[in-house]
Design a protein around this ligand. Structure first.
Ligand code: HEM
Length: 572
């Protein structure tokens, strides 16, 4: 172990080296004390894991500093410090790493790559590349339905684990949220780990997305969708659909949350707002992999000043919105308990987070699905024409294509939306949960999750598993939904087995913490498609390579970064 001790020393000359060799020969007692202290620190940290910087500093610095003081009478101060800290830290790190790959680790039975078992830094690197969803899919292909993707984390591709993990009596949200929101005290509904508190905070959201409330939002969505389709129709320069859907969903969610915002469709991203959001998503997706690091990062001046600026802006918008009151019954009306259902109003802090969450949760997800939906249609002309004809049947010229009354009678429209959500779930890596410390662990389907294990169902892999959807598992084939519902006779070739497992379709997650905005999202998707197809004829721009579009899809928690999707548009 004394060899490890000199890792902390950096001898610059032969003299230094010989001096260190002499010292090492006499340092056995120092090293022994440091080794014991490091092993104890590992044990203590394992039992009482915490995000407290004070505790981290205490465990990292106090024991070796104490050992160094003990040996000051035998060595020069600098030697005592270097040897003590070098030994302590290297024994601590080695002990942690060796434990993680040892047969004594509670997750030792689950397979996975060595780098992932050792630490989550490698996963953070993968997350930064935007290809985490493909990486985890490959791991499942190689290792099976459960794979260790971190020292204390697994990813699951098994439908029987969905209900026990995320259903009623499922597990609480995992530590991703701490890293994602750069705070150990998560106050965004979507990351609240305490299930009772989550259920309490979700109540106004449920009222905000009731059928009656959705009816009230139609005025907002109708105005914005008409603006979107007019803007697209007036473009002569092959507009990028992804960019326009991004502007559109940003405007809609700002209307719903704050009664208005930066008017992206009218003015473009003049303040660089979307650029800031982009960088924020990348950054928080990386930090979500290493939650403890985010607790440190938030104190870096450049980070803290950006976070504070954004928080201050959200706070000002929220206060202004409270002061102005509601002009319409928008989402904020319910979140702020303006309907007077709750006995007390929400705290300002909760309201700031939830107002902001309307935009964070509702904008990128919907625009990602819209863009991928048109990508699928434009690269499958037959499906495009069939949908066009269904839209024309219900919404011929002169008929209001934004009226929702025919949506239930449009099986192909719904099949196209489902098939897009199956192939390109907006949140491909799923919703992280944890078997908490002290819980004794939890059985989820055929697997046992020891306590302190995080786990997610990998939506992308479950959706693209031939055991759940066959044939043409990786292709856009909306007919599978019609066949499954008994609405179409275009059966697959006899030789191929038709499999359609609805329980494996979870683009909006599952259970009491699933997407509360699902009905609004689906309604928006249907309305945009109906009006766009009634008014416009679209074709892919010459030269767009569908394969490179797919390869360019990047996931930063949301499958949100898409290569440009330029289209040629003519009015119909
Ligand atoms: C097609 C579009 C959408 C998809 C695919 C989608 C998907 C999801 C998923 C998978 C979750 C679970 C996330 C997690 O557990 O970490 C979620 C949560 C959530 N979504 Fe959506 N979403 C969409 C649109 C929307 C819209 C339009 C809104 C509202 C404006 C919204 C609001 C929320 C909220 C508030 C949560 C947190 C719910 C909770 O924790 O109880 N979503 N969404």
């Amino acid at each position: 172990m004394w060899i490890l001790g000199i890792i902390g020393c950096t001898p610059k000359s032969r003299n230094d080296i010989s001096r260190i060799i002499v010292i090492i020969a006499h340092t056995q007692p120092v090293c022994k004390t440091d080794q014991n202290a490091a092993l104890s620190a590992h044990f203590i940290f394992k039992c009482y894991e915490t995000y407290s910087i004070t505790v981290h500093a205490g465990l990292l610095f106090l024991p070796p500093a104490g050992c160094a003081v003990l040996f000051l009478n035998q060595y020069r101060p600098i030697d005592a410090i270097l040897i003590s800290f070098g030994t302590y830290l290297s024994v601590l790190v080695s002990s942690i790493l060796m434990y993680r790959i040892s047969p004594f680790h509670p997750l030792a039975q689950y397979p996975g790559p060595l780098l992932n078992k050792l630490s989550k830094f490698f996963m953070a690197y993968i997350a930064g590349s935007g290809k985490q969803y493909l990486y985890i899919q490959k791991l499942h292909e190689r290792y099976g339905d459960i794979v260790r993707i971190g020292p204390n984390e697994v990813s699951i591709r098994d439908v029987s684990a969905i209900h026990p993990l995320m259903g009623t009596n499922g597990l609480p949200k995992g530590p991703h949220a701490v890293g994602k929101y750069v705070s150990p005290n998560v106050n965004y509904l979507v990351g609240i780990p305490d299930q009772r508190e989550h259920a309490r905070r979700r109540k106004p959201w449920i009222r905000a997305f009731s059928p009656a409330a959705l009816k009230g939002y139609e005025e907002i969505t109708v105005k914005r969708i008409a603006q979107l389709v007019n803007a697209l129709a007036s473009k002569s320069d092959d507009p990028d659909l992804g960019k326009w859907f991004g502007y559109f969903t940003f405007d809609v969610t700002n209307d719903l949350a704050y009664g208005g915002g930066p008017e992206m469709m009218r003015d473009g991203d003049t303040d660089g707002m979307l650029h800031i959001l982009d960088s924020g998503f990348v950054f928080s997706h990386i930090l979500a992999q290493i939650p403890w690091l985010s607790v440190y990062v938030q104190y870096m001046p450049i980070i803290s000043s950006t976070i504070n600026k954004v928080k201050e802006m959200d706070k000002l918008r929220t206060i202004k919105r409270i002061k102005d009151g509601s002009l319409a019954h928008d989402v904020f009306y319910y979140l702020n308990n303006e309907d007077g259902v709750e006995s007390s109003p929400p705290s300002l802090d909760a309201l700031i987070c939830d107002g902001n969450l309307v935009i964070l949760a509702g904008a990128d997800t919907t625009s990602s699905v819209l863009t991928n939906l048109f990508f699928c249609l434009l690269t499958n002309r037959d499906a495009y024409d069939r949908l066009q004809s269904e839209v024309d049947t219900h919404y011929p010229p002169g008929e209001d294509a934004l009226a929702t009354k025919y949506h239930a009678d449009m099986p192909f429209l719904n099949a196209v939306i489902n098939e897009t959500l199956r192939l390109y779930p907006a949140i491909p890596n799923g919703s992280q949960r944890i078997a908490e410390k002290g819980s004794g662990g939890r059985v989820v389907g055929p697997y046992f999750l020891p306590e302190n294990t995080s786990a997610s169902i990998h939506f992308y892999s479950v959706h693209r598993d031939p055991r759940n959807f066959s044939p043409f598992t990786n292709s856009f084939w909306p007919d599978r939904w019609l066949i499954a519902a008994g609405e179409d006779t275009s059966r697959p070739p006899d030789s191929e087995k038709f499999v359609h497992n609805c329980a494996a379709f979870i683009p909006f997650s599952y259970g009491p913490e699933n997407c509360v905005g699902k009905n609004l999202a689906l309604q928006e998707l249907r309305m945009v498609v109906c009006l766009a197809m009634q008014k416009l004829d679209m074709r892919l721009s010459e030269g767009l390579n569908p394969q490179s579009y797919e390869e360019g899809l990047l996931d930063y928690f949301v499958l949100r970064k898409q290569p440009p999707l330029p289209v040629v548009i003519n009015r119909r």
